[in-house]
Design a protein around this ligand. Structure first.
Ligand code: SF4
Length: 367
């Protein structure tokens, strides 16, 4: 792996640099290609910039499955709804998950009917809630990739250290790499370059993408989320493509070490184990879900409260989120987009989440 051939000049940032990078991007003279941003935060940044309209002719940027709430299958929301309905339970969740439809309504719906559903900004807040409410069971709906999962793992370790027995996690955490393998093997998508997420890469490390670059001969670039950082990452991809190269460029070296965050990875591996897991849009992927390890079973809400129960996981009728998350369907091609499905009245998860491709396209009027 080589580091990026292009680095941010010292003291140079913001609009002027973005303009220069964009001008350089538009000189691309290589073959027509489809690139993919695999992170919901990049999806929003790209939509906010109106970048798709500015890309050189023949360069297409698709959204991938990087919005954590969006890839969480319906049955997990059904599990959360069932737990929220239990007497004595406080269901703690991130704001994005509140309005995602389960098979029969959302957490916001059951909250309106009296269930105790609380929005938290992180695992530490859910843990604090458990300390304050010792007679209640606090269940944290844990969502996200390697960005958020280590914080939840830390909370479990801290709960054990403190002897807190009323804190559990309903884990829907996902591992990023198995999904990327599936997408890069998809001949219909023919992804020619991956814009890799800055935040998950802080934990995973830029080197983690090297097997993808080597196995599929696909250029990868780790990028931050400011306009100039996104443009720098895309420039790295197009440079590689034009030269017929496939490696990992770290275009976010100020935040992403080559080997990631060893402490976060250790905590993650201590509390969770990788199991087969279902993704909205991608189906069941081997070794792609972080489940609470048996040793920490006392903190596993699924094991403690839902053992033996199954949930229907009924997708909303007509919703094309599965295709959107695979990069096969553009949000605006869903018949419900902007009509029956809007951020005010969302039908599918990709419209609810602040990082969803449908919501981003609608809010920033990319179509
Ligand atoms: Fe699903 Fe709405 Fe997006 Fe259609 S527009 S794919 S219904 S979230």
């Amino acid at each position: 792996m080589r580091s990026s051939p292009t680095t941010l000049p010292e003291g140079c940032s913001g609009a002027a640099l973005a303009a220069r990078l964009l001008a350089r991007l538009r000189t691309y003279g290589g073959p027509p290609v489809s690139l993919m941003e695999v992170c919901g935060t990049h999806t929003v940044a790209v939509a906010r910039m109106g970048l798709r309209r500015l890309l050189p002719t023949g360069v297409r940027l698709r959204s991938g499955p990087g919005c954590p709430v969006c890839v969480t299958p319906v049955e997990v929301f059904d599990e959360a709804l069932a737990l929220a309905a239990e007497p004595g339970v406080i269901l703690a969740t991130y704001g994005d998950a509140l309005r995602v439809p389960g098979s029969v309504g959302s957490l916001a719906d059951v909250r309106a009917r009296g269930a105790d559903v609380r929005v938290v900004y992180g695992a530490a807040e859910a843990l604090a809630l458990a300390r304050r409410e010792p007679r209640r069971e606090v269940v944290l709906l844990g969502l996200g990739f390697e960005t958020t999962a280590p914080g939840v793992a830390w909370a479990v370790l801290q709960a054990r250290r403190e002897g807190l027995s009323n804190f559990t996690v309903l884990s829907a955490h996902k591992a990023l790499m198995p999904a990327l393998h599936v997408l890069l093997r998809d001949p219909e998508l023919a992804v020619a370059g991956l814009l890799c997420p800055g935040h998950a890469s802080m934990v995973l490390g830029s080197r983690a993408y090297a097997p993808l670059a080597q196995t599929y001969r696909v250029p990868c670039a780790v990028a931050g989320f400011e306009p100039e950082e996104v443009l720098l990452g895309l420039g790295c991809l197009l440079d590689q493509i034009a030269r017929g190269e496939a490696r990992v460029d770290n275009a976010y070296p100020s935040a992403v070490p080559a080997d990631g965050n060893p402490t976060a990875l250790r905590v993650l591996g201590q509390v969770f184990e990788l199991t087969d897991s279902r993704w909205r849009g991608l189906g069941a992927l081997p070794g792609s879900g972080y489940e609470v390890a048996p040793e920490y079973g006392a903190y596993d809400a699924r094991r403690r409260f839902l053992a033996g129960r199954t949930f229907p996981g009924q997708e909303p009728a007509g919703c094309a989120c599965a295709g959107v998350l695979r990069g096969r369907v553009e949000p605006a091609d869903c018949p419900l987009f902007g009509d029956r499905c809007t951020p005010h009245s969302p039908v599918g998860a990709c419209m609810v989440s602040s990082e969803g491709a449908c919501g981003a396209q609608y809010r920033f009027r990319e179509v």
